[in-house]
Design a protein around this ligand. Structure first.
Ligand code: AMP
Ligand code: MG
Length: 411
């Protein structure tokens, strides 16, 4: 990542930033084959093709009696000629005009096309009274109706959730090719930053960013190395960056990226690699630094704790996901009603911390009273962010706005 520099560059929109990330980043992690159970939340590194149909055979969706729909007499009575349970196929064809006792998942006897639920049937001597209003094919499941043999059931780049593991298992796969977890080095910077659990000297503050950013990375499936808190000293930061670059796929820092005298990330990264300063047209959040340290991607988030979480969601998350091999890096949004008035100066994309509540069947967002980028309690209080586009004007109560839940940050 080389190129444009900060100070005089124009503000960059999130969409421009994401397009640049998309163009510049490719998966960096190796591929390995792991047992299905170990693949949860990994990123798939192959297209998975079904070697079999699912279900493998036509079968019954209910407990009841299977029959040929065309054979059903007007009184619904058919003789019962056999029994078929799950795992025990019926041998031979269904005789003309007969019904077979069948249980859920049992293969349909050859010739049968319809199943009557046992709750709707009545057993009589030598036979069963079936309901006469069933349609041909009712309660029967067909081979391959879920997955057709030869089809791609999962695509490379998919994040493996429980349902993806389930479908892989259903087609008989015991192992999957997945990307190795991304190894991310995380540190905070600032002479005033102190570790939780230690006393605070005057003028100091506990480190929260390493905990939020570290947890966000872990929730995305990254393996983090906690490199602690670095002082505002160029040589120390530079040495730490150099060490981290050797053993990691990504370095993530917070603090030290504004333009103050004590902001040493820029010269430290520049001494070892390259750096773009992205002055994002967002609030809260800018600036974010992106670059590379001895070939290892680098992302420097701001210092303010709320800005850290928001820039993580907007910039670091898609970056991490792309480096991990994931293809879907988008954030799902949905429309909710604004339960507040808000003056929006067009030109900047704003993210408002908001909590959702139901009101007469509508989903209404209440806004946290303070917009301070250091007010971390606002993140605890809220469910997600109202996303106000650059070109939107003021918002009046009752207008629809876009909402992103915090759950989106973690997948
Ligand atoms: P900086 O970008 O380093 O100038 O930091 C901006 C603000 O965020 C300052 O008030 C810092 O004290 C605060 N800050 C920076 N890093 C952290 C951190 N790891 N935890 C909590 N607050 C931080
Ligand atoms: Mg600082």
């Amino acid at each position: 990542m080389t190129g444009r520099f900060a100070a005089d560059a124009d503000l960059m929109t999130i969409d421009q930033a994401l397009a640049q990330l998309e163009a510049r980043l490719a998966p960096v992690v190796a591929i390995e084959v792991v047992p299905l159970r170990q693949s949860l939340f990994r990123i798939l590194a192959e297209d998975v093709v079904a070697a079999v149909n699912v279900p493998p055979h036509d079968n019954s969706a209910v407990d009841g009696w299977a029959f040929r729909h065309a054979d059903l007499p007007s009184d619904g009575v058919l003789p019962v000629v056999g029994r078929v349970a799950a795992g025990h196929p019926f041998t031979g064809d269904l005789p003309q005009g007969g019904a077979v006792r069948i249980f859920t998942g049992a293969p349909m006897p050859a010739g049968a096309d319809t199943v009557a639920m046992q709750e709707d049937c009545r057993e009589v001597a030598g036979g069963v009274v079936l309901p006469t209003r069933l349609k041909c094919g009712d309660n029967a499941r067909h081979a391959g109706e879920d997955v057709t043999q030869g089809s791609v059931v999962l695509h490379a780049g998919a994040r493996l959730r429980p349902q993806e593991l389930g479908i892989a298992a259903a087609i008989g796969r015991a192992e999957l090719r997945v990307y190795r977890p991304l190894r991310v080095a995380v540190f905070s910077t600032g002479d005033e930053i102190r570790e939780p659990g230690t006393a605070l000297p005057p003028g100091c503050i506990h480190d929260s960013n390493r905990y939020t950013a570290g947890a966000l990375l872990q929730s995305l499936g990254a393996e983090i190395t906690d490199l602690g808190i670095l002082p505002d000293r160029l040589e120390v930061i530079q040495a730490a960056l150099k060490d981290a670059a050797a053993a990691h796929d990504l370095i993530l820092t917070s603090g030290g990226v504004s333009v103050g005298d004590e902001d040493h990330i820029k010269p430290a990264v520049l001494a070892l690699g390259s750096l773009d300063f992205w002055r994002l047209a967002i609030k809260p959040g800018r600036p974010v630094a992106l670059g590379e340290v001895a070939g290892t991607p680098f992302v420097g988030l701001p210092g303010n704790p709320v800005a850290v979480m928001i820039t993580f969601m907007l910039i670091a998350r898609p970056m991490v996901l792309r480096l991990m091999g994931a293809t879907d890096t988008g954030l799902k949004r949905f429309a909710v009603e604004a339960g507040f008035a808000f003056k929006h100066k067009p030109g900047r994309r704003e993210f408002l911390r908001a909590r959702l509540a139901h009101a007469d069947g509508r989903l209404v967002a209440a806004k946290f009273p303070s917009d301070g980028s250091g007010v971390l309690t606002s993140m605890v209080w809220s469910d997600g962010l109202v996303d106000i586009p650059e070109d939107r004007g003021d918002i009046a109560p009752g207008e629809m706005v876009e909402f992103v839940t915090y759950a989106e940050m973690m997948r």
